[in-house]
Design a protein around this ligand. Structure first.
Ligand SMILES: [Zn+2]
Length: 262
């Protein structure tokens, strides 16, 4: 069955020079082509079509994608690995994030992978989201530092996104910390906000952190603790990276066995 999201209708878009250069570097290092695909809209490369159809027909994958603005999808076919950056257009339009900032973020994930620092394997099923958020906690700190090093302006876009998210959280406060996926995602977001943005660096930072903490106090405590643990120890080096992933895995585990204290 052809998932409705995969219908094609759009024209190609240009990539800013810093991103085109970074993409080419990663492609050279891995001898893989990176495809950027806006969904819905862009025509799917013929060789990826069947795999994408089968994933988008899986409820757990479709659900993970619907919650994200962009994801990086990697798979092996006939001995070659394929790297696809999938942009979720309807979601992006609601959050005002720019495609350049999202592509810079996803290139960061592929860049880490190309350095031998891979994200956790996608495990089909209900735990798929936990592997994503556990890996993201570590990868986001490293890839955002690289975005900065390359002079890629990702912050304004994310500040708008977080400000809008904070506003809607304050307008419509939700009750309860949510399911395991949501709790792990919130933990990752708290760490993103605290490590990627200096205190008071944009107007909504503190109120957004406070609103998130009200939803899950335990997650806030674990986020602060994990950031302290990482301080000065998280580096672009395999053993440091694997240590950080393990600490992140334990932090998520600790969060999910704790009751959501409010
Ligand atoms: Zn990410």
């Amino acid at each position: 069955m052809l998932p409705a999201l995969l219908l094609a209708f759009q024209i190609p878009f240009g990539l800013p020079a810093a991103l085109a250069e970074w993409k080419a570097e990663i492609e050279t290092r891995t001898s893989n082509r990176i495809e950027i695909i806006r969904i819905p809209g862009d025509p799917l490369p013929a060789e990826d079509r069947d795999v994408l159809y089968s994933y988008f027909n899986r409820p757990d994958f479709a659900e993970s994608f619907s919650r994200a603005q962009a994801i990086t999808f990697r798979y092996e076919t006939e001995g070659r690995s394929r790297s696809l950056i999938l942009l979720n257009l309807p979601r992006m339009q609601r959050t005002q994030n720019t495609s350049a900032a999202l592509i810079a973020h996803e290139l960061g994930h592929l860049w880490l992978d190309s350095l031998g620092l891979p994200s956790l394997e996608y495990e089909p099923g209900p735990k798929a989201c936990l592997a994503i958020h556990t890996g993201d906690i570590v990868q986001h700190i490293l890839l955002r530092a690289e975005n900065d090093r390359r002079g890629i302006p990702w912050r304004p876009s994310y500040e708008r996104d977080y400000t809008a998210a904070s506003d809607s959280l304050l307008r419509e406060p939700t009750t309860g910390a949510g399911d395991d996926c949501l709790r792990a995602q919130r933990l990752s977001l708290m760490i993103d906000l605290r490590t990627g943005f200096e205190p008071k660096s944009f107007a909504a930072r503190e109120e957004y952190l406070e609103a998130l903490a009200r939803q899950d106090r335990e997650a806030e405590a674990i986020a602060i603790e994990l950031i302290e643990e990482f301080d000065g120890k998280l580096m672009l080096e395999k053993s440091a990276y694997e240590w950080a992933l393990e600490r992140s895995r334990l932090a998520v585990k600790r969060l999910l066995i704790s009751p959501a204290v409010r």
